[in-house]
Design a binder for this molecule. Sequence first.
Ligand code: ADP
Length: 479
Amino acid sequence: MTVLRKNLIDGEWLGEAGSRNINPSNTNDIVGEYASAGPEQAKQAIAAAKAAFPAWSRSGPLARHAVLKKTSDEIMARKDEIGRSLAREEGKTLAEGVGETIRAAQIFDFFAGETLRLSGEMVPSVRPGVGVEMTREGVGVVGIITPWNFPIAIPAWKVAPALAYGNTIVFKPAELVPESAWTIVDILHRAGLPKGVLNLVMGKGSVVGQAMLDNPDVNAISFTGSVSTGKRVAAASVEHMRKFQLEMGGKNPLVVLDDADLAVAVDCAVNGAYFSTGQRCTASSRLIVADGIHDRFVDAIKERLDKLVIGDALDAKTQIGPVVDQTQLKQDEDYIAIGRQEGAELAFGGDRLERGAPGFYLQPALFVGSTNAMRISREEIFGPVANVIRVKDYDEALAVANDTPFGLTSGICTTSLKHATHFKRNSEAGMVMVNLPTAGVDFHVPFGGRKGSSYGPREQGRYAMEFYTTVKTAYTFAG
Ligand code: ADP
């Protein structure tokens, strides 16, 4: 028996059955049933958030601290149950699901602390007798639109700072992962948020998401998802003169130089390219490998891929779970076909796998002999697919790494301080990793990219304040 999960609008759980959520490890397993909001509910949610803003924005730090801290504590106490449910609905492994849940708890804890650390500045005016104060205030109603690949961490890293800095929220999670979204909203609601401060509108992006984009009462939108939807968010936001922040795709390079520690490089590549089924915007999809280590690196990766356990996300032995759904699986398989047509050599994997139950299982795929001009090197695949590009030296590696429309993360495996330092300075990415996978970031420091990957201020850590607040400069004449 599944319980119908409803939308939260103005403090009330509302809505009728709309959609079902399916476990990608076993499509016979229905995770739950969820109300599907339409444009009218989106409008009500926005109106409720607007009405709740004046009181919440003036509520003071203690009220916000209490809710965020309580939320963090409950998420942490229920990490195994929530992590399991996340793995069941998204298909990442149990360890990844629990790890992501812990991260969400840490994010709420961090922003609970931030409520008590809000500060401003005071300076003398250029005019004698006048003082100038610079303070930060909440922006207003924030629309939060999230993707399916981090069902709890991404909502957490948007919702927590939005609340901490005094904003009210209309939250629209991805259709594929409503359970994780509903769970954190339920926890926040029970933690004591006043009605209307946080509203949940589950439903279709083209309907409920679009209704948010088109509503002038939404003062800011934080979006993570595809480039095409990101552009719609941008266009609609410019139309309404609202603040917006976009996190979109990546085509992240991992450079492996001749002097790399081979074991470290293989760990970085396998983790970065294939863990979480390659469904991370920070995944290393281009492996840019110098001539002298190329063959040893490729052999070692193939050996590792052959040993990886691909299976049901809820099985504790599984290292790589299924692809999230049929549409994503088709996209992965299409790109594997495109890579072959373009002349890259499929050195490992790429086949569908049969497991006990019907699910979207795909063997991790590795291309060699690819160039940076191929579509598999330029377009985000978002699956367990990576390609090796052979280069002669560091200079060529850096040029290839930067030759991409994206700029989220980049990585280099080397034992040369000179090359590591040069790469950190010259890589055109928002986040650079040395002897670490391109994916896997801390929760207390800025997250974001350059070029086609991101737009607007950084997320996470103290830098999140840039987006979720607006600065006020006040002058006082005291004679
Ligand atoms: P993905 O390929 O990761 O599903 P999308 O950009 O399609 O990326 O989805 C990311 C989020 O954007 C989801 O919550 C989705 O429902 C939402 N979305 C999709 N289309 C629109 C739209 N037209 N307006 C607002 N949100 C949308």
